[in-house]
Ligand binder design. Structure first.
Ligand SMILES: N[C@@H](CCC(=O)N[C@@H](CS)C(=O)NCC(=O)O)C(=O)O
Length: 122
């Protein structure tokens, strides 16, 4: 079972790599505004989770530079996700607001919709 899961995971990574979307290219000043905003975000994820791959593809498509945190292999990050986010489920987008409060958003479709709305992406 573990071997099958590993093979499927590798397949997902290969398919993702060969069908990877092109990144948006923006004027530097516009990209900087977006980069400044995404600096307060991080995404807790597993490398081969298909839902995480789906979100990562959108991050690439829209050139959203969001730090990725490995919640599978890094015990500290996994513990942080469970303790602060409330669940060991990925993907999860963590956003630190200017007032210091933190928002944890689960569900790949909700994360993508949130980012599109936040950055007014078509
Ligand atoms: N409906 C969720 C599904 C997410 C999901 O099932 N993630 C799996 C990994 S692929 C997970 O976090 N499982 C918990 C675990 O393995 O501990 C989404 O679209 O984000």
């Amino acid at each position: 079972m573990k071997a099958i899961r590993w093979i499927l995971g590798q397949l997902i990574l290969v398919l993702d790599a060969i069908t990877s979307p092109k990144s948006a290219v923006r004027e530097l000043s516009v990209q900087k505004v977006i980069d400044d905003a995404t600096a307060s975000m991080s995404m807790y994820q597993f490398k081969t989770c298909p839902f995480c791959v789906k979100v990562r593809r959108e991050l690439k498509r829209y050139a959203l530079n969001i730090e990725l945190r490995d919640a599978k292999n890094d015990a500290g990050i996994k513990a942080e996700l469970v303790r602060e986010g409330g669940r060991h489920k990925v993907p999860c987008l963590r956003t630190e607001n200017p007032d210091g409060s933190v928002q944890w958003l689960y569900e790949s479709n909700d994360i993508i919709a949130h980012l599109k709305k936040e950055f007014k992406l078509a």
